[in-house]
Design a protein around this ligand. Structure first.
Ligand code: NAD
Length: 481
């Protein structure tokens, strides 16, 4: 069985103390390999490498960075099977989701390469007649990218490649549930020509190596995609050392089904929003509000669709989704279902484990509008459906959440759809679609407890560059004394 090292300065190296931890396949429980277990000593090595990488990378002409990122995109596609297989095994992704992740990773790389050409600067009009003013963008330096388990290739790629495009070096700290795919991505990018030190990967646990990396004075920016609880910890560290931070956190996302929309079609769309990757998606459509009088008809159509989903071999193209990541995740879903039952909700389908860590697609009708099943992120295949008397109340309920990541609005009425889009307080609203949408150019992020900052396209590049005002005196300016 393979033991993976950290990826530091272009090669795999074991942890300084020699410790490792296993990475499991959630579908079978089999150990896929062992990863280096990072501690402070490894953090020092990674930061030192990244500083050197930064000096070199940031001094390259932008077009060299563009060329290398484009080669990385080609090389990701050339290594499709290698990445796909590991991704399926390590994250328990269905083949449909894993294919999407690998191809999307190449697309994200190309988008970041394109952004390299758009690092525009400004010149400014001036109060002083003899002064010329310009504003330039500079990379922030070394950026730490801390990623979650649920889309461990593409989310990590997003957090890596946009800062790289802007001229930063990156240290990646992937989820302890999915360390191997991160090391493999770094190897693929090195093979494509990414210089040593520009991308380092330290594998291990949040408190043991994530937090020391975040605290390190020579790390200048932090991108975290993870839970709100982790975001709060990282936020504190970042503020204490005045680091640039981008936090993409949890969500409990509303899907509004207005009464002009066909309920059967709405159920088909909502099933994808709620059950993709077993609901382990930050933008999953977890709270579905159906305008009266269609609540029960929609809920029954969704339950029928849910009960028909194929849950089986991850490599079967018909399989909708696979296992949850671990037993803790299954226990949380069970707790939320139980809370809904205790609150008098109807379980229309599902509500139990299918087998192993695979949870049945679950549709819950009229859940209590408080408590864990309603307020907290379930991160499992559970759709809470409720009938709501009016459009106004749907908007009000959508805005009652502490989260504000994403929303969907199913309607054919453009005026009501756009009104909802304007009034729902969250980072993205999709009219005519469910809440789980992505695009490499789009600003992804949330309001409230869903995070701070936006990632994607020019928004990431802007986030991980410093603005500098440079002025030039072209003549004599009167002096006050
Ligand atoms: P998590 O917060 O448990 O872990 C995320 C990462 O943070 C891991 O790499 C972990 O090791 C690290 N970490 C944990 N504690 C740390 C600490 N004290 N210091 C430094 N690093 C630490 O999240 P998860 O369970 O891996 O992922 C699921 C969560 O991610 C969900 O809440 C989901 O909504 C969220 N998510 C958000 C988005 C988005 O775009 N907003 C996308 C995907 C996932």
């Amino acid at each position: 069985m393979k033991t993976y090292g950290h990826f530091i300065h272009g090669r795999e190296i074991p942890a300084a103390n020699g410790e490792t931890f296993p990475s499991y396949a959630p579908m079978t429980g089999e150990i896929l390999g062992h990863a280096a277990r990072g501690t402070e000593a490894d953090v020092e090595a990674a930061v030192s490498s990244a500083r050197k990488g930064y000096e070199h990378w940031s001094s390259l002409p932008p077009y060299d960075r563009e060329r290398i990122l484009l080669k990385c995109a080609d090389h990701v596609e050339a290594n499709y099977d290698r990445l796909l297989n590991l991704l399926i095994n390590e994250s328990g992704s269905s083949i449909i989701k894993a294919k999407y992740e690998v191809l999307y990773t190449a697309s994200v790389l190309r988008t970041a390469a394109g952004e390299v050409r758009r690092l525009y600067a400004d010149t400014l009009p001036n109060e002083k007649p003899h002064r010329m003013s310009m504003v330039i963008r500079e990379p922030v330096g070394v950026v730490l990218a801390i990623s979650p388990f649920n889309a461990p290739l593409v989310l990590l790629a997003k957090m890596i490649v946009f800062p790289l495009g802007a001229g930063n070096a990156v240290i990646a700290k992937p989820s302890e549930e999915t360390p191997l795919i991160a090391v493999e991505l770094a190897k693929v990018m090195k093979e494509a020509g990414l210089p040593d030190g520009v991308l380092n990967v330290v594998t291990g646990f949040g408190a043991e190596c994530g937090a020391p990396l975040a605290r390190h004075p020579k790390v200048n920016g932090i991108a975290l995609t993870g839970s709100t609880a982790t975001g709060m910890k990282i936020g504190e560290i970042a503020i204490q050392s005045m680091k640039r931070m981008q936090l993409e956190l949890g969500g409990k996302n509303p899907l509004l089904v207005l009464n002009d929309f066909d309920v059967n079609k709405a159920a088909e769309i909502a099933a994808v929003g709620a059950f993709t990757h077993g609901g382990q998606i930050c933008m999953s459509s977890a709270r579905i509000m159906v305008e009266a009088p269609n609540g029960r008809a929609f809920a029954e159509a969704l339950a029928k669709k849910a009960a028909s989903l194929h849950l089986g071999d991850l490599r079967d193209e018909k399989t909708a989704y696979g296992p949850l990541i671990n037993q803790r995740a299954v226990d949380k879903v069970l707790r939320h279902v139980q809370a809904a039952k205790n609150g008098g909700a109807e379980i229309l389908t599902g509500g139990a484990v299918h087998n192993g860590l695979v949870f049945q697609p679950t549709v819950i009708y009229n859940p209590p509008m408080s408590g864990p099943c309603w307020d907290e992120e379930t991160f499992g295949p559970v759709a809470m459906v409720m009938e709501v008397p009016s459009f106004e109340e749907m908007i009000a309920i959508a805005n009652e959440s502490d989260y504000g990541l994403s929303a969907g609005v199913l309607t054919n009425d453009l005026v009501r759809g756009m009104t909802a889009a304007r009034r729902i307080r969250c980072g993205s609203v999709h009219v005519g679609a469910h809440s789980f949408q992505s695009d490499p150019m789009a600003p992804i992020g949330g309001y409230g407890m869903s995070g701070i900052g936006r990632s994607g396209g020019k928004y990431s590049v802007e986030h991980f560059t410093e603005l500098k005002w440079i002025s030039l005196e072209l003549g004599e300016t009167p002096r006050p004394f």
